[in-house]
Design a protein around this ligand. Structure first.
Ligand code: GRF
Length: 197
């Protein structure tokens, strides 16, 4: 792209409502970035379709494309400066993590450092929050590194956990907050508002 907005790649594995929130934020002028590439490890992820609807290059990462050097090639080809993990269920190859250190964010649907780590995704997270009797939950956006849900926390938002919540009702309440939090944090990261080593 010829404007001065940085190119962002979004990785996902599912529906892509957070991808949509990022796209909508760029249109609304809340996020000064180009969502330039969308990648998924699931060929049928609805997020890929959302990308195609917006005429954003959408790539299914089969085995060959998801290896480190191939992926770096693809990201370089699209002049990617930032990576947003929006419901991506795999770890990025270490080459990519190192090259983009401090420029990769992940969104997680609970208040890390609780309820994170391998296997803690989707309904598993909300089930665990309910089983623990938590009174609050909410999304976390953090810098991503080589370990699931491990990097430095940038921002969180809180929502109440209600007595009659099911994993689905809680997930919906958290997801709504995700959609405002994720673009806001990405914008702040791009503007250099977090001190990143
Ligand atoms: C979100 O709850 C996010 O926190 C988690 O995966 C879910 C992705 O949802 N990492 P969507 O595909 O963006 O709708």
């Amino acid at each position: 792209m010829s404007d001065d907005k940085p190119n962002v790649a979004v990785f996902l594995s599912g529906g892509g409502s957070n991808l949509q929130a990022l796209i909508d934020a760029t249109k609304a002028g809340i996020l000064s970035a180009n969502i330039a590439l969308v990648l998924s490890n699931k060929s049928k992820a609805f997020g890929l379709e959302r990308a195609r609807n917006e005429e954003i290059p959408a790539v299914f990462l089969g085995k060959t494309k998801s290896d480190g050097p191939k992926l770096m090639e693809l990201l370089n080809k699209h002049e990617i400066k930032y990576i947003a993990l929006a419901g991506y269920l795999k770890l990025l190859p270490v080459e990519v993590i190192r090259e983009f250190a401090g420029r990769i964010i992940n969104i997680h649907p609970a208040l890390l450092p609780k309820f994170g780590g391998k296997g803690m995704y989707g309904h598993h997270v909300h089930e665990a929050v309910l089983a623990a009797g938590e009174k609050e939950s909410g999304p976390t956006v953090h810098l991503a590194d080589e370990i699931y849900d491990n990097g430095r926390i940038l921002e969180q938002m809180k929502v109440p956990v209600l007595d009659d919540d099911t994993p689905d009702t809680l997930a919906a309440r958290v997801l709504e907050k995700e959609h405002s939090l994720f673009p806001r944090v990405l914008q702040k990261l791009i503007k250099g508002e977090y001190s990143v080593d």
